[in-house]
Ligand binder design. Structure first.
Ligand code: F3S
Length: 395
C-alpha cells in the first residue's frame, strides 16, 4: 500500500507509540485487502467495549494505549454500548465488580478521545456522516444503517481497526468505499406488507440467504427509520450484510445496477410468519422484556410509553437506549410514564452485551431479530420474539 511521507513517519513512531500501533493495524488491513492507499475519513464508531467480550486483557490494552497523550481521536468518534448502565448499575442489579471494570474501559476510551456516547445508534446522537463520506464504523447494525440509509461509506470494521482509524483519521481504501462494490447482487421481492417485528424477520431470512452480499429490496410499504434500523441489524447478524438498497427508499437504489443482480429471492407472508415463530425458543413467559436493539429512538420510547400509560406491567421491562435519548425522554415525560407502570429505561448497555445471564433472568422477550439471534448464543438464555405491544403483559 502506498503511504505518504507523513504516514511513513507515523509508522516509524515519530508521532508517538499509539499512532505507530494504529498505523500498524491500518497498514496490515490495507495489505490484506489489497488497498492502494489510505483515505481520509470524517467519522468513526468504535465497538469492542463490553467487559464481557474484551475482558481484562482488553482493559489493559486500552489503558496502555491511552497513556500516550498524542494518540487521540482526530475526527468525530463515538463508542458502542458497554455491558452495564454506567451510572445506575447498582439500581438495576448489574454485578459490581463487572461494572467497575466496565467503567474503567469506557474511561480509557474517553482518554483516547472517543466520545462516551455508549450507543449502537450513533446516528441518533450526533454522529451523522454525510452522503458519500468515507468513514470507519465497527458496529454491524450501525454499518448497515449508515451505508444503506445515509449513503456514507464504510466496511464492517473490527473494533481495533475502527479505533486505529479514529486516531489516525484514515482507513484503507477498499471494499464498500469503492462505488463499484456498492451494486446489488441479490433482488429480494417481498410479497407482503410488513410492520414492527416483521422487519427483523425479513432481515433474518435475507441475511441467512445472502451472507455478505448486497440485497436490493422491493417492498409493498414504505418503512420508517426505526424499521430500517431493525431490518439492518437483522441482516447484519444473521448474515454479514453491510449495505442494502430499497427501491424508492434508500439513496443509492437507482445506482445499484439491479438488472445485473445474478440471484433472487421471494419472501412471502408465510415465510415471515414462520420465521417469527422460529425465533422464539421456549413456551415459557419472559421474565424480562428487553426492547431497544438497536438502541431505542425517542419515537420508539414514546410508543412504549403510550402502550403502558396508566397500567401496571406484569414482568420486568427494560428499554435500552443512550443517555442522550433518555434525556429527551425524561423531558417529554415518557420516562415517568414508563417508570410509573413498572418499567425502566436502561442506558448505555443492552440485553446482549450485558451479563444478563448472571442477573437471575431465564427468558427474555425481544422485538429484535438480532437480539433473538444473539441472546441464546451469547447469554445462554431463551427468547420470546414478538412486537412490543404483544410482549408487554399487564396485571
Ligand atoms: Fe445494539 Fe446490543 Fe443490539 S449493541 S444492536 S442493542 S445487540
Amino acid at each position: 500500500m502506498h503511504l505518504t511521507k507523513k504516514e511513513e513517519e507515523m509508522c516509524n513512531g515519530e508521532y508517538g507509540e499509539t499512532i505507530r500501533k494504529s498505523m500498524d493495524i491500518l497498514v496490515a488491513l490495507g495489505d490484506i485487502y489489497g488497498a492502494p492507499e489510505l483515505v481520509d475519513i470524517t467519522s468513526a464508531q468504535v465497538s469492542g467495549v463490553s467487559y464481557k467480550t474484551i475482558g481484562q486483557a482488553g482493559l489493559e490494552y486500552l489503558e496502555d494505549l491511552a497513556k500516550d497523550d498524542r494518540g487521540v481521536a482526530t475526527i468525530t468518534s463515538t463508542l458502542n454500548p458497554p455491558g452495564t448502565d454506567l451510572d445506575n448499575w447498582d439500581k438495576f442489579g448489574f454485578p459490581e465488580e463487572f461494572s467497575i471494570k466496565q467503567n474503567q474501559i469506557v474511561d480509557a476510551y474517553g482518554k483516547l478521545g472517543i466520545t462516551k456516547t455508549c450507543t449502537c445508534t450513533p446516528y441518533l446522537v450526533g454522529n451523522v456522516p454525510r452522503f458519500g463520506d468515507h468513514i470507519s464504523w465497527s458496529e454491524s447494525s450501525a454499518v448497515a444503517f449508515v451505508n444503506s440509509v445515509i449513503g456514507a461509506r464504510t466496511n464492517r470494521e473490527g473494533g481495533p481497526g475502527a479505533l486505529a482509524a479514529a486516531i489516525v483519521g484514515k482507513t484503507p481504501l477498499y471494499g464498500f468505499h469503492l462505488k463499484e462494490n456498492r451494486v446489488a447482487n441479490w433482488i429480494i421481492d417481498v410479497e407482503t406488507e410488513l410492520s414492527g417485528a416483521d422487519f427483523g424477520a425479513l432481515g433474518y431470512i435475507v441475511g441467512q440467504n445472502v451472507g455478505g452480499d448486497v440485497p436490493y429490496f422491493t417492498l409493498n410499504n414504505i418503512p420508517d427509520n426505526n424499521d430500517l434500523k431493525t431490518l439492518g441489524a437483522a441482516l447484519a447478524s444473521s448474515g454479514s450484510v453491510a449495505l442494502y438498497h430499497i427501491e424508492n427508499v434508500t439513496p443509492e437504489y437507482a445506482h445499484a445496477d439491479k438488472v445485473n443482480a445474478s440471484q433472487s429471492l421471494t419472501v412471502t407472508k408465510e415465510d415471515i410468519l414462520q420465521t417469527r415463530e422460529s425465533l422464539t425458543t421456549t413456551d415459557k413467559e419472559p421474565d424480562l422484556i428487553c426492547l431497544g436493539c438497536p438502541h431505542a429512538s425517542l419515537e420508539e420510547i414514546k410508543q412504549v410509553a403510550n402502550i403502558v400509560n396508566g397500567k401496571t406491567i406484569k414482568n420486568k421491562l427494560w428499554i435500552c437506549t443512550s443517555i442522550s435519548v433518555k434525556a429527551s425522554a425524561d423531558r417529554m415525560g415518557y420516562t415517568k410514564t414508563i417508570e410509573d407502570a413498572g418499567g425502566n429505561i436502561v442506558c448505555d448497555t443492552c440485553m446482549v452485551v450485558a451479563p444478563i445471564e448472571d442477573m437471575g433472568f431465564e427468558v427474555i422477550g425481544v422485538n429484535s431479530a438480532k437480539a433473538a439471534n444473539y441472546v441464546p448464543s451469547m447469554c445462554g438464555l431463551d427468547v420470546v420474539y414478538g412486537d412490543a405491544q404483544d410482549l408487554i403483559q399487564f396485571e
